[in-house]
Design a protein around this ligand. Structure first.
Ligand code: FAD
Length: 321
């Protein structure tokens, strides 16, 4: 029997949805029906998350009471290290988030564990664990294995694994945290522009505008088109940098990965590697661009060589008909 340890993530008294995605990912890593999925939650209010984490697929919830309410890299590193020492999991799953990146690599390298980041697929191929992640700026998929590593840490990309439905009754245990000297202090949260905006990682239909829209006054007609079509309006980075749409709507490497999106309509977007990093996984991509050699066409299921303003007019006509 082996244990798969999941580290839940929370912020401002709320569990982050990725915690449940990790639980789903853990199911695919069970080698036998006896394998256990243990979910650890760390913080001064950890106990309050135990009930919400009692979902299908979880065998044990470990409550790690810590002095801080919010994420602290030193405390998390000590806590996860101690959990690994005691429970000897074969795999530890963490969200691929700024929190995990603050301590996971250090922990893995200091202890000599196997390690992979931004993993979007993981499975056993025979006896070997193989993780798949992007490489060369998401241009290729890279399979990573972990020869001779009995413990492997992986940070898992958000919005890839679908949370399981239903509640369960796992064992709930307490774990005493070793003494930790923290070097940082949470000074509070600062909302970025668009902080209360829709979470574009969870929507399934996106219409996205790029520099091809020309000027800010043209944004409104595409906002209306998206609304009529039932899509969420997003954008490439130049549009967010110019402040024409909030940063929370930017798709791509330094924006968001639109993990749940099923239909992505790219309007006047060239298809830079950085933009495609956020959307190239979408099953149906429709691209509209006047340049037939635009890179976006290389990943589009349907490519339309046309002016986006003509497209907008035509689509509006069709939707009104
Ligand atoms: C570290 C780093 C991180 C980055 N992160 C991101 C990121 O997260 N997201 C992101 O998007 N970018 C990101 N970028 C920027 C990226 O490199 C590109 O500059 C950006 O994606 C280009 O945006 P665009 O396609 O809208 O503009 P452009 O590349 O200028 O393309 C505009 C396109 O519109 C077409 N067009 C023009 N007029 C029309 C028209 N009337 N009708 C139809 N088509 C028309 C043109 O043919 C062209 O293909 C990043 C860059 C770096 C260095």
């Amino acid at each position: 029997m082996s244990t798969i340890l999941v580290i839940a993530e929370h912020r401002r008294q709320e569990l982050r949805p990725v915690s449940f995605e990790l639980i789903a990912a853990a199911q695919g890593l069970k080698k036998s029906a006896d394998d256990q999925v243990m979910v650890a939650v760390i913080g001064s209010q950890a106990q309050s998350f135990a009930a919400a984490l009692s979902v299908t697929g979880v065998d044990e919830v470990v409550v790690v009471d810590a002095a801080v309410a919010e994420f602290d890299p030193d405390i998390y590193q000590v806590a996860v290290s101690a959990l690994i020492e005691v429970n000897k999991p074969s795999v530890v799953l963490l969200p691929h988030s700024v929190d995990s990146l603050g301590y996971a690599a250090t922990l893995a390298s200091q202890a000599g564990y196997g390690f992979a980041t931004d993993v979007f697929m993981a499975e056993y191929q025979g006896a070997d664990l193989v993780a798949t992640r992007g490489g060369y700026n998401q241009k290729v998929n890279v399979e990573v294995d972990f020869p001779d590593k009995s413990i492997v840490l992986m940070t898992i990309r958000a919005s890839v694994f679908k949370p399981l439905e239903g509640a369960s009754s796992p064992t709930i245990t307490q774990f005493n945290l070793p003494t930790v000297q923290s070097r940082s202090q949470n000074k509070g949260f600062v909302e970025l522009g668009g902080g209360n905006d829709i979470d574009i990682t969870t929507v399934d239909f996106i219409m996205s505008i790029g520099r091809g829209i020309g000027e800010e006054s043209n944004v409104e007609q595409f906002r209306e088109l998206a609304e009529t079509a039932g899509a969420t309006l997003c954008c490439s980075r130049p549009i967010a940098d110019a402040g024409w749409l909030p940063k929370s709507r930017q798709v791509g490497q330094s924006g968001k990965v639109v993990g749940s999106c099923k239909l992505y309509v790219a309007l006047g977007i060239s298809g830079s590697i950085q933009h495609m990093a956020g959307m190239k996984h979408v099953p149906t991509i429709v691209a509209v661009n006047t340049d037939p050699s635009a890179s976006i066409f290389s990943i589009a299921k349907y490519g339309i060589v046309a002016d986006i303003f003509d497209f907008e007019e035509e689509l509006n006509n069709q939707l009104a008909a």
